[in-house]
Design a protein around this ligand. Sequence first.
Ligand code: AMP
Ligand code: ZN
Length: 136
Amino acid sequence: MKKQDCIFCKIAAGEIPSKTLYEDEKFRVILDLGPATRGHALILPKEHSADLYVLPEETAGEAMKLAKKMALLLRDKLHCEGLNLVQNNGEVAGQTVSHFHLHLIPRYSDDGQKINWIPSSPTQEELEAVRKEIAE
Ligand code: AMP
Ligand code: ZN
């Protein structure tokens, strides 16, 4: 997709209105239009990167710093009891907008959400085979 067709580029630039919680030179933080829970927010870098694979390292670090700041703000203001950070890359992983974004999902004991995976039970040998494949 071309940058000029990217909806999150337009939102981050302020060309399309959004429920903005925070903005600085490099980022805009907005409320998700289809929130998983009350206060579900998205951190959008203003510079287009399709996903984590191509996100500049420096921006990745700054996004995580901002996530911490926003997490504290959400806890302080909304009194959530926990928070999920979610970041999808690729269609198979549930990415629907090809502009890197970090989800901040406040959690409440009665929110009825499930943001978890189904655990499997590999053997020690299977785990070791994966470790080798990745790390050696
Ligand atoms: P992902 O599935 O990780 O790509 O997340 C995309 C998220 O963007 C979804 O949670 C959508 O609800 C949200 N979203 C899509 N379009 C907009 C928009 N125009 N404003 C705010 N959030 C949006
Ligand atoms: Zn974009």
